[in-house]
Design a protein around this ligand. Structure first.
Ligand code: TRP
Length: 334
């Protein structure tokens, strides 16, 4: 029997290269070997976007299309929408007895996020909502509703996984062995750097290349990418290792091209403008198959809807079974 994987994404924006290399390619490998549930976490997205429901709504479809366009196969991956599985909300209520407020406040991921969201939660997090503070509990429900054994996530999510494991242990110790403790698997690829050279590519950092960027946008973004600041003239020698243009060549261009680019750059035999033009071409070539698939799904919204409906139906059945088991253990199976 295949093991069950569960992972989730907040529908708050389109996917970028960071998502693709950090998570997406990992999912593509995993989809063959696991029973794969992929949650579009709209309820979680609302915890810090409760005042912007249109954004969440729009991005449920957008993110699903992004994931299909990079090669996730709906025959192998069960796409589902979190809010359509009320069992997750019920589990959240039950689990909330098993975690202290102090423990949630100490969760490093939650702490970092509160600090980043001053506009929403105040300077010292004094306006933090109950819902946001509790989202790790809801995420534990996401995972355990499907008996998720393996959870592919980025490093920033490890404290949330640990929180889930603690809830599972507590549940089992009080109500008897019922839930499985999930394990995290980290994506093999490290973070993808941003156009500005920042260690992390991020939507909110304004340094991302999105999978649905068009030719014109790619051109503008690549032209703005940071190169070796010591290279001023076309024939100055430069260090490709501190150049973002070379960094992206390595991600999307062919190996033999990159070897040539590297040697020429070091020798002062290549200008940055030429190098950027070649990157624009390589980037477009890399993105074109993704764009073509995106166009197909954009032209066929009924197919996207059907994929989400089918996946959600299967997920609902699985979560219903799990909730029965949980309620029995908790002696509320009237
Ligand atoms: N918190 C995750 C993120 O921000 C998204 C998520 C929701 C998730 N539910 C999940 C990840 C369950 C793993 C498992 O990226």
């Amino acid at each position: 029997m295949k093991k069950t994987i569960l992972t989730g994404l907040r529908p708050t924006g389109n996917l970028h290269l960071g998502h693709l290399f950090g998570a997406g390619q990992n999912y593509i490998k995993l989809q063959d070997d696991y029973n794969f549930y992929l949650e579009i976490a709209d309820v979680q997205a609302l915890t810090d976007n409760f005042n912007n429901p249109e954004k969440v709504r729009k991005n449920v479809t957008e993110i699903t299309i992004d994931l299909l366009s990079i090669g996730l196969d709906p025959e192998k991956v069960n796409f589902f929408i979190q809010s359509k599985i009320p069992e997750i909300a019920e589990l959240t209520v039950f689990y909330s007895n098993l975690v202290t407020v102090a423990r949630l406040e100490r969760n490093p991921t939650v702490k970092t996020e509160i600090a980043q969201k001053k506009e929403l939660f105040g300077n010292d997090g004094e306006s933090i909502t109950y819902g946001f503070l509790g989202y790790p509990v809801s995420q534990a429900a996401d995972i355990t509703a499907f008996d998720g054994e393996v959870v592919p996530v980025g490093e920033d999510q490890l404290p949330l996984l640990e929180q889930c494991r603690e809830i599972v242990r507590k549940f089992n110790s009080i109500y008897g062995e019922t839930l499985k403790e999930p394990k995290a698997i980290l994506s093999e690829t490290k973070r993808v750097k941003g156009l500005d050279g920042n260690e992390k590519m991020g939507k909110s950092l304004g340094n991302a290349i999105f999978l649905n960027d068009n030719d014109e946008t790619i051109k503008k973004k690549v032209m703005s990418a940071i190169t070796d600041p010591a290279k001023i003239k076309k024939d100055d020698k430069a260090n490709p290792d501190i150049c973002m243009v070379y960094y992206y060549h390595k991600l999307v261009n062919k190996k033999e091209n990159n070897e040539k680019i590297c040697t020429e750059c070091k020798k002062g035999a290549r200008g940055c403008v030429q190098c950027k033009k070649e990157l624009i071409e390589a980037m477009n070539e890399f993105l074109n198959p993704i764009r073509q698939k995106r166009k197909y799904y954009e032209d066929h919204p009924e197919i996207v809807k059907e994929i989400l409906d089918n996946g959600t139906k299967k997920a609902k059945q699985r979560a219903e079974e799990q909730l029965k088991k949980v309620k029995k253990s908790m002696k509320i199976d009237y």
